[in-house]
Design a protein around this ligand. Sequence first.
Ligand code: AMP
Length: 212
Amino acid sequence: MKLLLLGPPASGKGTQASKIAEYLGIPHISTGDIFRENISMKTELGKIVKSYLDNGELVPDEIVTRVVVDKLDKGDYRKGFILDGFPRTIPQAKSFQRNYEFDQVIYIEVDDETVMKRISGRRVCPNCGAVYNVYFNPPRYKGRCDICSQQLITRKDDNPEAAKKRLREYKEKTEPLVEFYDKQNLLRRVNGLKPPEEVFDDIISIINPTTH
Ligand code: AMP
């Protein structure tokens, strides 16, 4: 199963992708996570992409596409993969299509107001990666991770200026992918305003209709 999860920032792509990956037993590839890891390890790639992430701008197409295609070419993805956060532009989708194809594209729909509220409330654990939201899913003890007690942090690109820019970039460059994949009859829509467990069930019933 080769899947793409598409949706605005903070639509729940990352959360859903890791749950689906576990459920289907296939790898989850998040370009955002790859970049953040490289930034924290101060690799060459990390140094190149840092300012784009900090400012909420998209990393240039050639860089992202090379990272993803290299990863897919080198790894064992015979059972498939879930891509979360790539492609994010029409040129990325076209380059990707020269080598790979998706079986399905899941579009998680969330309105702009909810996106901004989710971004401003998001807190992450720098140690174990758990994600919370002060409005929708607060930790048990304020500012502390439920799992490892680490002090939670706000992602640098979750500040209001970068968040607005990410939403603008999304509308301008990523949203056209909805029509692009719809025309190929690959697009399936889910309502991202539902609780995460329901969104997960909806996605599973789309990709695996016989079990639901
Ligand atoms: P995410 O964690 O998916 O929200 O991605 C965080 C940031 O990584 C984005 O705001 C971009 O700066 C960068 N990024 C991730 N995936 C892509 C992509 N496919 N194209 C361009 N930039 C990307």
